[in-house]
Design a protein around this ligand. Structure first.
Ligand code: FAD
Ligand code: MG
Length: 346
């Protein structure tokens, strides 16, 4: 609550509506904040219009960043793990993080290494997030190939070992390994939000987005569907289409148009291919994944971006997820099941 109102509140509004029969409809409350280096937007439909609900949900996401996932904050588990890499001493980690890392390792196996939770050394070397968000000063330069090879050699989830014991889980990482869960963190936050919403009976419907990952939950009072825009990679202020869904879903988009740097006419973006060490060049500009699970929607959208259309489609379908690709030439391709939800913009 405090952090939401004190430092990050961008917008706050509550609106009540009366239905035709004069019965009171759920109240709509909206808010926005910053977390995980991006914008969090919330729309809640509640029986009592309790504004504290917004702050409670924002707190969950910010706590996950501070206590668990941040690579930058000393308070987080990932930070402590990265500090202890190669020491031979296991770091005791929470069950939530242990489960997530197991799922990361499974995803890495299933996508042939296109997604790698231990890619942190390479991410740090390129530091595209830093350049794109204006945190770095001076000219952007492409790292030299020797440094890229060194950083690549530090990755690979085979250098991570989890030891589950009765009193907790210990994690061991090899020397130089830097974990980076940037590709699944926002989805994990949505899974945590979903768990909480289930314990908030006053909330009948919600739409929460953390950057390019969106959770829909319950229903709107008028029974219309949740409508999630898919940005045009050539002009992200415009949507190329929408996904319309009822009830609970998670939708994540990975694209090359949010975090990038242009140099000599070439676009260097933040989704890196562990096979080459360079920004992925698979012929797609964006990938949108629709599933019930936040971790999967986020992780798969990154993995499918690296894999490209054909292999990405196979991977998503092997998880029972729906997927939509926007190619470099603007062509839209989607799984059969996605057609039920997608409408092209007028
Ligand atoms: P996604 O495709 O979901 O993920 C791309 C990100 O995953 C990359 O930025 C990189 O970190 C990682 N990655 C790249 N390639 C691969 C790969 N092949 N396999 C696995 N992972 C890969 N940004 C800031 O500028 N400042 C911050 O303070 C900040 N704090 C953050 C804290 C947390 C807890 C998280 C999760 C992210 C934070 N970010 C921060 C990162 C920022 O929000 C990223 O842009 C975001 O995570 C990328 O998400 P995406 O949906 O655009 O792309
Ligand atoms: Mg992702």
């Amino acid at each position: 609550m405090k952090r939401f109102f004190g430092t990050a509140a961008l917008l706050f509004a509550a609106a009540a509506t009366l239905c035709g029969c004069g019965m009171k409809q759920p109240l709509r409350t909206q808010g926005a904040a910053t977390a995980m280096g991006t914008v969090v937007r919330l729309t809640l439909y509640t029986s009592d219009g309790d504004e504290d609900d917004i702050g409670e949900i924002v707190d969950l996401i910010q706590e996950m960043e501070e206590d668990t996932l941040s690579r930058r904050l000393e308070s987080s588990e990932i930070y402590r793990i990265n500090q202890a890499a190669g020491s031979g001493e296991g770091t005791l980690i929470s069950d939530e993080l242990a489960d997530a890392l197991e799922r990361c390792m499974e995803l890495k196996e299933r996508c042939g290494g296109a997604f790698d939770p231990a890619i942190g050394a390479l991410v740090k070397l390129w530091d595209i997030d830093g350049w794109a968000s204006g945190l770095r000063e001076g000219d952007f330069f492409v790292p030299d190939s020797e440094k890229i090879s060194e950083a690549l050699a530090q990755g690979g989830s085979e250098k991570i070992r989890l030891e589950r014991k009765e009193d907790g889980t210990a994690l061991f990482t090899a020397d130089g390994v830097i974990l980076d869960l940037g590709a699944v963190g926002k989805g994990m936050a949505l899974d945590r939000v979903l768990d909480s919403l289930k314990d908030m009976p006053d909330i009948s419907g919600a739409c929460v987005s953390v950057g390019g990952s969106v959770l829909t939950y319950g229903e709107k009072p008028d029974g219309t569907k949740w409508k999630i825009g898919i940005a045009d990679p050539d002009d992200p202020s415009v949507n190329i289409g929408f996904l319309s869904v009822h009830g609970q879903w998670c939708i994540s988009t990975s694209g090359d148009y949010e975090r990038y740097v242009m140099l000599d006419g070439r676009r260097y973006h933040h989704i890196l291919d562990p096979a080459t060490g360079y920004p992925a060049d698979s012929g797609v500009r964006s990938v949108t994944v629709l599933t019930k699970d936040g971790f999967l929607s986020d992780g798969l959208s990154t993995a499918c971006f690296v894999l490209g259309r054909q292999k990405g489609m196979e991977l998503a379908q092997s998880y029972g997820a729906e997927v939509l690709f926007v190619d470099s030439d603007g062509k839209i391709t989607m799984s059969q099941g996605m057609k039920e939800y997608f409408q092209e913009a007028d």
